[in-house]
Design a protein around this ligand. Structure first.
Ligand SMILES: Nc1ncnc2c1ncn2[C@@H]1O[C@H](COP(=O)(O)OP(=O)(O)OP(=O)(O)O)[C@@H](O)[C@H]1O
Ligand SMILES: [Mg+2]
Length: 445
């Protein structure tokens, strides 16, 4: 059976390992660096009972999905297996297609769960950012206003360049208001295609479209009596603008495919880095929706207009980065700090945070110097970097930078993508294009 399964599954592109008894499997799991994927487990084994193994695996390796194989006529063990948390079971003998379909479905679910987990993690990290650094008078003014508005329960519009802290202020409005015990949910209106955004916001009924095999609640439902943060509201399509207006006017919305409207009580906080009034004048954004959202406007000043915030932020981000990277970083050289202070920060606080984290990874002595900063911070006639520039094509430089970052993050692709300022997808593509692997991305690569 083991050999048959191994041949079948590896023939379909899966990596398979075989164990002929329970103990051998548990030992191998305990010795593995990382456990993931799918375990096909027989109920009857020479040493330990399969259900016993299932229980141990579910406790210790919850990320490993288990499919039990039971003999004909042992429906009780199949039921126990499901109760113990098996993903599914197969009754022997089973047709090959049934096994293959089950394996695909299970691995796909694993992947979705993993993505979901990292998304949630990212969401939490963004929403509970810990300390908010307030040093400049300009930022303090907005922050104090946010605290006053927080208690009023009214909708608010937050404007400001990318990376100025709009989401942070949205969180402040929620967590300092009367809804703080309820959910604060966020959605980026620019990140999703219109139909997907609609079903995320409003939910859908079973059968509303192909693939909607069950009903799904929308964010408007989930955020009921809480707060919904609509990021990049300027990107909302005219159709959805109309539907959202209805919610703002009377709390009513229609899930996709539903015939009867639902009610919700949501506080809306919207953010944009566009000039929304100009969008209204140009006829791209509804005036009535604009006024509903814009009960209060909080405008975040760009970082270049509040240079007093830079140094305390550097200290703050240094601490966060050192923790995250797991090494001690004591500070910056005076030249590096000067370079940061005189920069124009088009990406604002987010750019500063990334540069500090990158510096913490790249610096050698535990002190971030000019060399650990991106090339744009180099002195105008910079020596070392100039040499780098003449001997490298743009493509070479890109490959070198990606290699170095992957190596330094230990091939943690999400982290590397973050540092490089690209999406995971883009990074994956580059890795394929340049044919990079842990073997060819050493420090000198
Ligand atoms: N005053 C601050 N103190 C500490 N961290 C800050 C501050 N302002 C912004 N940040 C951090 O900078 C990053 C960017 O902030 P945020 O996501 O709120 O910006 P944004 O305006 O929503 O950006 P974007 O337009 O790119 O979505 C976050 O990691 C946030 O925690
Ligand atoms: Mg944002």
């Amino acid at each position: 059976m083991c050999r048959y399964l191994q041949k079948l599954l590896s023939g379909h592109g899966h990596q398979v390992e075989n164990f002929s008894a329970g103990k051998a499997l548990l030992n191998a799991l305990a010795a593995a660096d990382e456990v993931q994927g799918l375990l096909l487990l027989d109920v009857k084994m020479p040493d330990i009972d399969g259900l016993e193994v299932l229980q141990q695996v579910r406790d210790q390796y919850p990320q490993l999905a288990v499919v039990m194989m039971t003999g004909h006529g042992t429906i009780e063990s199949a039921v126990s297996a499901m109760k113990l948390g098996a993903y599914d079971y197969l009754t022997k003998p089973f047709p090959q297609e049934r096994l293959l379909a089950l394996v695909e479905r299970c691995l796909e679910r694993n992947q979705l769960r993993e993505e979901n987990r990292t998304l949630k993690q990212e969401l939490r990290e963004r929403i509970y950012p810990g300390a908010i650094i307030i040093n400049s008078a300009a930022f303090r003014k907005v922050y104090n206003m946010a605290l006053r508005v927080a208690g009023t329960n009214s909708n608010a519009l937050i404007t400001g360049e990318s990376g100025t802290g709009k989401e942070l202020i949205a969180g402040t409005l929620h967590y300092h208001g009367s809804r703080s015990q309820r959910l604060f949910l966020a959605i980026n209106c620019a990140a999703l295609a219109e139909t997907l955004l609609e079903s995320q916001l409003f939910g859908h009924v079973k059968g509303a479209f192909t693939g909607a095999d069950r009903a799904q609640k929308g964010l408007l439902d989930e955020a009921d009596s809480g707060t919904l943060f609509l990021d990049e509201i300027g990107e909302l399509s005219p159709g959805l603008q109309a539907k959202l207006l209805r919610v703002l006017e009377n709390g009513e919305f229609l899930p996709v495919g539903a015939t009867r409207p639902k009610q919700t009580n949501v506080r809306f906080i919207a953010a944009t880095n566009k000039d929304l009034e100009a969008e209204v004048r140009a006829g791209r954004f509804r005036k009535d929706l604009f006024y509903r959202l814009n009960v209060v406007t909080l405008n975040l000043p760009p970082l270049r207009e509040r240079p007093e915030d830079i140094e305390p932020m550097v200290q703050h981000f240094l601490q966060l980065a050192a923790q995250k990277v797991g090494r001690t970083v004591s500070g910056l050289t005076p030249e590096a700090l000067r370079a940061l202070k005189s920069y124009h920060w088009p990406g604002n606080v987010r750019e500063l945070q990334n540069i500090i984290e990158r510096g913490a990874i790249l610096c050698n002595s535990g002190i971030i110097d000019l060399e650990a900063l991106p090339i744009r911070f180099a002195a105008p006639n910079g020596g070392a970097d100039a040499a780098l520039l003449t001997s490298f094509s743009l493509r070479d430089a890109e490959q070198a930078q990606i290699s170095r970052t992957l190596h330094q993050t230990g091939w943690n692709k999400s982290k590397a993508a973050g540092l490089l300022g690209v999406t995971r997808k883009t990074l994956d593509k580059k890795i394929r294009d340049f044919d990079l692997s842990p073997a060819n991305t050493g420090p000198a690569a």
